[in-house]
Design a protein around this ligand. Structure first.
Ligand code: ADP
Length: 751
């Protein structure tokens, strides 16, 4: 068997396979570890190709040459392997340029020494060929540096392998198998190498290098193609932490920081690198004390508010695969935006609820004063103002209808309007709301309240008509945001509509009152008319009966004495009828005159004297003592005819309701600003229970003494009507059985 050929072919196969794997890895170079794997395979190819050449060579010179060439790959192979192992297991912290340069010192020296071996023999002390059956092979005596390089290589191999093994033990099964395949793929060539160096060959013709290297290559190919090594690579713990959107910090059982990501920087104000492995109390030295002990909790959530930022911190326990407590995970999240949005939303809801409440309250009443006070209150709450008022326009003039926060002096409202005049005029003219965030920009304006710094003035417009203004002011302009300004205008439109409604309601109420009064008057008149007809029908029937009986008697009885008696009876009855009709007529006349009273200055002494004269005879006939005290002048403003009517009625009643021999005193006097007319008698008087109804039309007091006395019950009602029309007061006192005082007082006429 031509072993030499077999080994050459095996080695070439290895070269091809490693180049293939290198190419495949290069194509997948974006995957983690792919690039270093490509480098590793390429390095193996760089070793294996000269090795094949060396195997195929016959002369020592050629063999030595190719062995030297091998060192281009061999010298860096341990370093490339280490890089790959570290990258695959995510120990990239080690892969710093400085470290790599240091690691490459030995390989560099080794390569130099290999290329210049003839000068010193530090790699191969002796180069020679040994016959192994059918072919000869390179069998050198290794030099001093060769052993150093070998030791160095195995140390690196050991490091890489331990890293891989640790990964294999601590990870999921797929990655574990990947790591095992790689480990085996690495171990096999080095075992072969050792066998070659120490001549541990079961058969003399066996060259372990091509065989073991090929076996190693199969392991790598297995890892790549069957275990998706370059396809599914384990994601590192650090990568996961780093790519989390929150600041992450983990601590172990002793509260030492085991991991952080860069997002933590603004939260702790420290560089993440400087925090690692420190005790957490050192790390938290600068943060708010209430949070300091939070890390001691196993499971907690809290918010730290630093004024400008809000941070949410969550603490949760970390357990390993065996459910043992390993430490804690602390997540820091910047929730400033969320907090701001939340508080803006809360404020907006507050504003909306104030507006909704105000809408409901203002809409629930038609009382203008109540609407105004509710409106000012709502405006103050909405804008968080110190003072505010609502001024209403009344015939082009503004007056403050409701205010709060300005103090209680009597002329406050006038002074406020005077101070605010410029701004109010501007709003009245433009009909546009004004937001003055800095009143000092208004050069000519000085506010009524000395600490006022900002103002909102909104026009109150209802149905396109400006009905007033609403003003609020504050010493803290921060409250007056554009949102508040908008809300104030919305509120103002509701207030304006409510004020308009209240005005409308008030004028409707007034009209309704007027109609009601008219209705009452009409009803009274209607009642009077009905009563008149009833009384007339009733009272006139008796005297008419008397007349007709008397006339019948006259007709039948022609005796001398009787006619006189009948004539007298007819006369009396006719008198009674005329009396009743007079009463009705005078009352009607007075009612009719109500609309057009003929007012002039009247000396009340004249009608009083005239009336007294009219009744003097009648009193004398009844043997009554009739005293008058009505001389001089007593001027009042009024209708002379009506006043005479009233006086006549009162004197007539006194004569009528005072028995023979009684006393009657008619007097007229002036007191302060009044003219007082009274008629005093010692007549029958009126029982107390009848006083109240005395002045109602057709009311008559029928006592034992007066029931025979005739009358229509209209006289006193007439007197009251006349006195009322002259803005006077009725005077009345009476004691049953003793006598009465009737009269009136009128204001003295201003001349
Ligand atoms: P009339 O005298 O036609 O009945 P009045 O309206 O003048 O109607 O008076 C109403 C009632 O008041 C009378 O019926 C009478 O009983 C009572 N009255 C009026 N004046 C006096 C008086 N001076 N003294 C006592 N009673 C009087």
């Amino acid at each position: 068997m031509n072993w030499q050929l077999i080994y050459v072919l095996l080695t070439l196969n290895l070269t091809a396979a490693t180049l293939g794997l290198a190419y495949f890895a290069w194509k997948h170079r974006s995957r983690k570890g792919a690039l270093s794997f490509a480098a590793l395979m390429l390095t193996v190819a760089v070793v294996s190709l000269p090795y094949a050449a060396a195997l195929a060579s016959d002369t020592l010179r050629q063999v030595v040459f190719w062995n030297k060439m091998q060192y281009f790959g061999l010298s860096v192979l341990p370093v490339v392997w280490l890089i790959f192992a570290f990258e695959y297991t995510d120990n990239r912290r080690w892969l710093k340029l400085q470290n790599l340069v240091q690691l490459l010192i030995v390989p560099f020296i080794t390569l130099l020494l290999a290329l210049t071996n003839e000068e010193h023999g530090l790699i191969w002390e002796k180069t020679r060929l040994a016959d192994v059956g059918s072919f000869s092979t390179f069998d050198p005596v290794h030099g001093f540096w060769f052993w150093i390089f070998m030791s160095y290589s195995y140390v690196l191999l050991g490091f890489g392998s331990i890293t891989l093994l640790r990964k294999a033990l601590n990870t999921w099964s797929l990655y574990r198998r990947q790591a095992a395949a790689i480990f085996l793929g690495t171990l096999l060539p080095w075992v072969g190498n050792l066998m070659l160096i120490f001549d541990l060959k079961p058969f003399p013709e066996l060259n372990p290098i091509p065989i073991f290297f090929n076996l190693g290559c199969i392991c790598f190919a297995w890892a790549v193609f069957r275990l998706s090594m370059l396809d599914i690579v384990p994601v590192s713990y650090e990568d996961v932490i780093e790519s989390l959107p929150d600041g992450v910090l983990t601590v172990d059982i002793n509260n030492r920081v085991t991991a952080v990501n860069s997002i933590i920087r603004p939260f702790l104000n420290r560089e993440p690198d400087k925090i690692l492995a420190r005790h957490i109390e050192d790390v938290f030295a600068d943060i708010p004390p209430e949070f300091k002990h939070l890390y001691r909790a196993k499971d907690a959530r809290t918010e730290i508010d630093t004024g400008s930022t809000s941070i949410e911190v969550r603490v949760s326990p970390l357990y390993n695969r065996r459910k043992q407590f390993m430490g804690r995970l602390l997540l820091f999240r910047d929730i400033t935006h969320r907090k701001r949005a939340e508080s803006a939303l809360k404020q907006r809801l507050e504003h909306l609820s104030i507006i909704r409440e105000a809408y409901e309250e203002i809409g629930s009443t038609l009382n203008l004063d109540k609407i105004l006070s509710l409106a000012v209150d709502a405006a103050m709450r909405l804008s968080k103002s110190q003072a505010g008022y609502i001024a209403l326009l009344d015939q082009e003039e503004l007056h403050i209808a409701a205010s709060t926060g300005y103090g209680e002096q009597s002329d406050t409202h006038k002074l406020i309007l005077k101070a605010d005049r410029i701004i109010l005029d501007r709003v009245v003219t433009s009909r546009k709301a004004q937001l003055l965030l800095d009143i000092f920009l208004e050069s000519t304006y000085s506010p009524f309240l000395f600490d006022t710094k900002a103002k909102i003035v909104v026009p109150l417009i209802s149905q396109n008509t400006l009905i007033g203004l609403m003003n609020v002011e504050t010493a803290n302009p921060d409250h007056y945001t554009s949102e508040i300004f908008d809300f104030m205008q919305i509120l103002a439109s509701r207030i304006a509509a409510a004020i308009d409604n209240a005005h409308l309601h008030l004028s409707l109420q007034n009209r309704l009152g007027e109609v009601h009064r008219l209705y009452q008057k009409v009803s009274q008149l209607e009642q009077l008319k009905t009563d008149m007809i009833r009384i007339a029908a009733h009272d006139i029937r008796n005297p008419l009966m008397a007349i007709s009986i008397a006339l019948e008697m006259l007709n039948e009885d022609q005796t001398a004495d009787l006619p006189k008696l009948y004539v007298q009876s007819i006369h009396n009855a006719a008198n009674r009828i005329s009396h009743i009709s007079e009463g009705i007529l005078s009352l009607e006349r007075i009612e009719a005159m109500a609309t057009g009273v003929n007012m002039q200055i009247v000396n009340l002494c004249e009608p009083a004297r005239q009336a007294a004269q009219d009744f003097a005879d009648m009193a004398a006939q009844r043997s009554q003592q009739f005293v008058t005290d009505v001389d001089g002048e007593a001027f009042v403003r009024g209708d002379a005819m009506q006043l005479y009517e009233a006086i006549t009625n009162l004197i007539g009643n006194a004569v009528k309701y005072t028995p023979e021999g009684g006393e009657i005193k008619v007097s007229l006097s002036q007191q302060a600003q009044e003219v007082i007319f009274t008629v005093e008698d010692t007549g029958y008087g009126i029982p107390d229970d009848k006083h109240e109804r005395l002045f109602q039309p057709f009311f008559r007091v029928k006592t034992r003494e007066t029931q025979e006395i005739e009358g229509a019950g209209l006289g006193l009602h007439l007197v009251k009507n006349i006195v009322d029309r002259h803005h006077g007061k009725i005077i009345f006192r009476s004691t049953y059985g003793k006598g009465s005082v009737f009269g009136f007082s009128l204001p003295i006429a201003q001349m």
